[in-house]
Design a protein around this ligand. Sequence first.
Ligand code: ATR
Length: 288
Amino acid sequence: MGTMDGEKSAIMNSIDRYAVFGHPIKHSKSPRIHRLFAEQTRQSLEYSAQEVPAEQFSAAAKQFFAEGGKGLNCTVPLKELAWNYADHKTERAQLSKAVNTLALQPDGSILGDNTDGIGLVTDLVVNHAIILAGTRILILGAGGASRGIIAPILDQSPQAMVIANRTVDKAVNLAAEFHGKGPITGCGFDDLKNRQFDLILNATSASLSGQLPPLPAGLLAENGNCYDLAYGNEPTAFVRWAKENHAAKSLDGLGMLVEQAAEAFFIWRGVRPKTRPVIELLNSERQL
Ligand code: ATR
């Protein structure tokens, strides 16, 4: 019996540990997603969720890695703190000024990456066959969520990208930061009158509280698509707006969530999980 326990704890200790830190974290789907990936790819690992308020982030991350943790996901409101915490960062993390994935490197240093933008682009382009090249794209909001998706979308060569925000200066300044990377401008919601877009992405936090930015009629081009970076068990306010405005596709951020997780899993494990079965499973559990 004693031997069994000894063996068991030896096995426990040898299992690679990962976690998601956030505040709040209770409803996070990340542990579920990563466990499904691990099962599917036959990787042996543990993935837990830890409630970590901003003021405790640095100490909690330090402790996690000191105790042998291999990698962390960081979500609201910790992504900027994780960006500061990382010893070095990928170029896409550098640009987005936010880190959602920390990975222990062989030399003991901590690499920071941001897989949100590529997760969104993969969901749009691969899962939903939405072409971004040559199209007119509108991003609602100019906060952290918007910043993280601009460069990966510009990489797809849209014809134009507009950032619209309630606080106009923030949109103009954010667009200015990315001027060298593509045809991007910033404006207020009032400036959207008489304009049309092939794809509208909602990156405001308004949706979560059931609110919508003021959007003029006719904003969405015929056969245009809408995507809310937020998701829920009910259609978000923006997804409802998309349907009312006859979007060809009215999507929410569940696919992006799974895709950003797959990219983090790849960074940690060097194995790419199949995302479609996981997205289908999570979708089947909510009756939208
Ligand atoms: P996140 O990291 O989720 O982007 P954030 O940095 O706080 O969070 O940014 C929230 C974004 O949602 C901002 O663009 C904000 O607009 P302001 O910059 O004008 O504050 C936008 N937002 C939040 N509530 C909104 C609302 N009710 N209507 C329109 N925009 C809203």
